[in-house]
Design a protein around this ligand. Structure first.
Ligand code: SF4
Length: 483
């Protein structure tokens, strides 16, 4: 709502901020911007090899009640893809309410963006939400953020919108949000408004999966891995959407590539069976990328085969470690043998494996050598090696607090790629060097590169090479600076 619309004429007061009142004319709408921020340039990121749609913002758009919808003008701005600057967006859109969502790495950026918004548009209301806001809401506490949505984000957002339209003060809204009901452990909302990002959709991709749409079918995870942030979002609880509802949503998605962003999609064999049966029945032809555990894959080989025949292309598996002690300490519940069997099964079915591993800080050069040799011997083609990072909000955070190398307030460095704890057997530079060397030894093998070119084409491979070169360059800077 522009400042020049504030005086005179046939006006009604619909906003009443803490220190000022805002007015709009009859028939005008309140402008709401939902912003997905661009990561900090120091964040070492998978953003160079993937950009996924902001599903949480699309859910906000689709679930606004009709009586609110008619009074607002809402827009999603994806600052990763937006061509104009944030300042230009603010000056062009002049929002009355701006909401940001992001991960821990975005907290500092979100605070800065909120400050900038308040500087340019002093009457604006600002809010922050997303998974980090739900687990560690105190991190967003600052004078520039009016509302932090720490639970039931969709409901909270609608309550705040309604209250703003009713002219409630920001402090009253904060109180109201504090007193709103407990966290919900169920999910029954309208499907996300994918059309709200129609101008960006063709740019959303995940590695070789392009263009790629996201869908979420379940929440939380029933397992108990100590390092895991995902399970904190639902307080360790797991709940899933009705399969029929998921299939209805899937059927309406235009993209062929589908990334199912459940923390653990491959959990309930009966539910996966129902999902496969429904896909077959409705003749849905999609290509799926999912998260799954190694033990499920080993125990449900025939189900995986059936899923493969219905479009399963790739599985992201938390292999985590090849050392029994680590798997035990992490409470992972798998073994090296299970991991090996899982890798073999996926390979035999030509299902792509994206393996993720955690590198503990007591890793020696010998450990790096053994891990690299193991990955090469099993012909793993894609791997993400993450230095052990005790994320705030997880079970292991307090345990490692005295040993942290990264300050809590340097949010952009909590990317699970920076070394967050002091390595025991080598310098920080050497640790980064070992990580980078292992990556290249596993991924850049001529045979693998040739197979990838054959499977995905030269253009997609060049794009991936450029993206991964950015990440390598960030690592090289770390090696050079030694921190
Ligand atoms: S299985 Fe995966 S999602 Fe579940 S707790 Fe372990 S790491 Fe987290």
């Amino acid at each position: 709502m522009a400042g020049d619309r504030r005086a005179g004429g046939n006006q009604r007061e619909i906003f009443h901020a803490q220190n000022c009142s805002l007015y709009i004319e009859e028939g005008e709408t309140v402008k709401v911007l939902l912003v997905r921020p661009k990561p900090h340039r120091e964040t070492i990121g998978l953003q160079h090899v993937m950009i996924c749609e902001p599903l949480e913002l699309e859910y906000l758009v689709s679930n606004i009640p009709d009586f609110i919808k008619k009074s607002i003008d809402i827009k999603i701005v994806d600052m990763i893809l937006e061509k104009i600057s944030y300042e230009s967006v603010l000056l062009k859109e002049k929002p009355d309410f701006i909401l940001f969502t992001g991960y821990i790495t975005h907290v500092g950026i979100i605070k800065k963006l909120a400050e900038q918004a308040k500087g340019l548009l002093p009457e604006i209301s600002t809010g922050a939400g997303g998974v980090h806001a739900e687990v560690v809401p105190k991190d967003f506490k600052c004078e520039y953020i009016d509302f932090v949505f720490d639970r039931n984000g969709i409901d909270g957002f609608n309550e705040a919108l309604k209250a703003l339209l009713e002219g409630k003060s920001k402090s009253d809204i904060r109180e109201m949000l504090k007193e709103s009901g407990p966290k919900k452990y169920s999910f029954s909302y309208k499907h996300p408004a994918r059309e709200a990002v129609s101008q960006y959709r063709k740019y959303y991709y995940y590695m070789f999966h392009k263009p790629c749409a996201l869908i979420k079918t379940s929440f939380g995870c029933p397992y108990n891995c100590q390092f895991c942030f995902c399970r904190e979002i639902t307080d360790g609880k797991y709940f899933a959407r009705d399969v029929e509802d998921v299939i209805d949503e899937l059927e309406a998605i235009k993209e062929e590539e589908i990334y199912i962003v459940d923390d653990d999609f491959l959990y309930d064999a009966d539910r996966i069976g129902d999902f496969i049966a429904a896909i077959k029945e409705r003749n849905i032809r999609k290509k799926f990328l999912v998260y799954g555990r190694a033990d499920f894959i080993v125990e449900n080989e025939s189900l995986l085969k059936e899923f493969k025949d219905c479009g399963l292309q790739a599985v992201i598996v938390g292999i985590e470690s090849i050392r029994s002690k680590d798997l035990h300490d992490y409470h992972k519940g798998t073994t090296k043998q299970v991991n090996e069997k899982c890798i073999g099964i996926l390979k035999s079915m030509d299902i792509e494996l994206y393996a993720t591993l955690i590198i503990p800080l007591d890793f020696s050069k010998k450990d790096f050598r053994e891990l690299t040799a193991w990955l090469k011997a099993l012909e793993v083609r894609f791997v993400n090696l993450q230095p052990l990072t005790p994320l705030p909000g997880t079970d292991i955070f307090d345990m490692y607090l005295p040993e942290l190398l990264i300050r809590c307030e340097d949010y952009h460095l909590w990317d699970m790629a920076h070394v967050a704890l002091k390595p025991k057997h080598m310098s920080i530079s050497e640790f980064y060097l070992q990580l980078l060397a292992s990556y290249y030894k596993v991924i850049m093998r001529p045979r693998h590169v040739a197979a990838l070119i054959k499977k995905y084409g030269i253009k997609a491979n060049i794009k991936m090479l450029i993206g991964s070169s950015f990440v390598s360059w960030q690592y090289l800077q770390k090696i050079w600076r030694g921190k």
